[in-house]
Design a protein around this ligand. Structure first.
Ligand code: NAP
Ligand code: DHK
Length: 531
């Protein structure tokens, strides 16, 4: 019979938020200070941050006095301790005598360590040496690290069996993701493991292994105190695990959503949707998905666990071909930015950029023209210049045309501008033409290239001198919120509409498709107000 928890957590149904935990996966903060004092300060920060335990990386200590330092750390550490003394031959910093290294780990165990991490290569020898002497509370993690790749499922299964055969209490392996699809094999191992397993995939393409281990039954994950200060590539901060991904509320029925793109780390979508999921008590998590090959991604993550996706550069056009069905507007635009997996497993694609952007621009124009009793769209009859001919460019060109504007499209690759112009019935320009293109005043400009997007914030797609011919300038780029283009447009007297308005607007329909719940528009605005 389903437990109360199970009933509450039936996928997509309400669940209580707050401090309740919906998974047993522990969060471990790696402690890498070069002195015991610094380490103890960081263990205090880890405790305050909500960590379940800390990993003391003894190989980071300078001037390490084992007996004295281990006693001090164990005595004063406010959290359960995992001691690791990683040798250089396994990716750590220790270069000394092996027997001395293992003696230190045995001493840590005798002095009260909760966990010891020892490498597979020496695990049998180590476990034989402590047989009958290991304190009840201490558990031995036997670990293996692959900094080159992620082996096949069969090889990973054999690795787990090999580690288990050494007498490990907990099996740990960390591999390297060359592609996000590598992580799927690791999830399979985790879900089917009969023993406690820590299975993590290093690198940006392995990020979901560190978050979704809570869904698939991993024993622990690592969360750092500061972004980028990591003990292995790709570790998120404990703050992000707890506050961005709602880690404690993830469970086996949690539906997975995410932003597919390359790059994708800049996307604010995880902030927006995870905050809204938490507020609504919706059992879902939204993650960054750094995807190289969209077809391969969907062939690999084909289960209903992976329920819905936003899609950004450079995959919007490819996404049209991946979907089993595409709605008419997205088909006309030739770009999909929202993909839903239906109950029959089929993928449905649509385009929400179109409505998000056009309605934001119309609102901006009405504001400028003080409504002035306009009947229909304020875009009607205006000359609407689109820079870019990618997914967003197609949405804007299509949308402006739909609203009765005259459209001109400028693009770095002129052929793409011409192709899109022919489809929607517009003029095509090269980027260079833009700086001499001002057939009339009161034009509308929409940048849909990634020019000016972080980190290249000093770039702009058009000369400031020409902006005086535009009454309104829109920039799809929303990181930063005010791009150089928007700043110079305002200085030139134009009204401006930021990509953040589009971002919030395009998210409404996506959220409703993801959850079946009305979009929390005020919450979306409040959430993004801080970014
Ligand atoms: P996309 O399909 O890859 O299209 C990228 C467009 O930018 C293409 O026209 C490309 O020109 C042009 N481009 C890229 N780099 C350029 C450069 N260095 N110089 C000149 N042109 C360049 O991407 P997308 O999905 O349309 O997204 C484009 C931008 O809009 C991204 O920054 C994205 O974050 C933003 N966006 C924001 C929202 C929002 O909600 N605010 C929604 C959608 C998109 P070529 O054809 O010559 O390659
Ligand atoms: C940006 C876009 O291109 C939208 O079309 C996606 C994504 C969201 C982002 O999260 O940055 O829907």
């Amino acid at each position: 019979m389903e437990t109360t928890t199970g009933a509450l957590l039936a996928s997509g149904s309400k669940m209580t938020s707050g401090e309740m935990r919906w998974n047993p996966t522990l969060i471990c903060v790696p402690i890498m200070g070069d002195s015991v004092g610094e380490m103890l300060v960081d263990t205090g920060k880890a405790k305050a941050s909500g960590a379940d335990l800390v990993e003391i990386r003894l190989d980071c200590l300078k001037n390490f006095s084992p007996h004295e330092d281990l006693k001090t750390i164990i005595k004063h550490c406010p959290l359960p301790t995992l001691f690791t003394y990683r040798p250089k031959w396994e990716g750590g910093q220790y270069e000394g005598d092996e027997k001395e290294r293992l003696d230190v780990l045995r001493l840590a165990m005798e002095l009260g360590a909760d966990y010891i991490d020892v490498e597979l290569q020496v695990a049998l020898e180590f476990n034989n040496s402590i047989r009958g002497k290991k304190p009840e509370k201490c558990r031995v993690i036997v670990s293996s690290h692959n900094y080159q790749c992620t082996p096949s499922a069969e090889d990973l299964g054999n690795l787990v069996a090999t580690i288990q055969a050494t007498g490990a209490d907990i099996v740990k392996f960390a591999t390297t993701a060359l592609d996000i699809t590598d992580v799927a094999r690791v999830f399979q191992i985790t879900v089917h493991s009969q023993v406690p397993v820590i299975a993590l995939v290093m690198g940006e393409r392995g990020l979901i292994s560190r978050i979704l281990c809570a869904k698939f039954g991993g024993y622990l994950t690592f969360g750092t105190l500061e972004s980028g200060i990591v003990s292995a590539p790709g570790q998120p901060t404990i703050r992000d695990l707890l506050d961005l991904y709602n880690f404690r509320q993830l469970g086996p029925d949690t539906k997975v959503f995410g932003i597919i793109g390359k790059p994708v780390g800049h996307s604010k979508s995880p902030i927006l949707y995870n905050e809204a999921f938490k507020s609504a008590g919706f059992d879902g998590v939204y993650v960054h998905l750094l995807v190289d090959d969209v077809a391969k991604f969907f062939q690999t993550y084909s289960s209903s666990d992976f329920a819905g996706f936003s899609c950004t550069i450079p995959h919007k056009e490819a996404a049209v071909k991946i979907c089993n069905e595409v709605d008419q507007v997205a088909k006309s635009i030739g770009a999909v930015n929202c993909i839903m997996r239906r109950s029959d497993g089929e993928l449905f694609g649509c385009n929400t950029d179109y409505v998000g952007a056009i309605s934001a621009i119309e609102d901006g124009l009405r504001g400028r023209e003080n409504g002035s009793g306009i009947v229909g769209s304020p875009l009607s009859g205006k000359l609407f210049v689109v820079i870019g001919a990618g997914g967003a460019g197609k949405a804007l060109a299509y949308g402006a045309k739909e609203k009765g504007a005259r459209v001109a499209i400028a693009n770095r690759t002129y052929e793409r501008a011409k192709e899109l112009a022919d489809i929607v019935g517009a003029d095509a320009l090269t980027l260079a033409d833009l700086n001499n293109f001002h057939p009339e005043d009161g034009m509308i400009l929409a940048n849909t290239t990634s020019i000016g997007m972080q980190p290249k914030v000093d770039e702009t797609p058009i000369s400031k001198d020409v902006l005086k011919y535009y009454s309104l300038v829109f920039d799809a780029v929303y990181t930063p919120k005010v791009t150089r283009l928007l700043r110079e447009a305002e200085e030139s007297g134009a009204s401006t509409v930021s990509g953040l308005e589009m971002f919030i607007g395009q998210a409404y329909e996506q959220y409703e498709r993801f959850t079946g719940l009305p979009a929390p528009k005020e919450l979306f605005r409040k959430t993004m107000a801080n970014y």
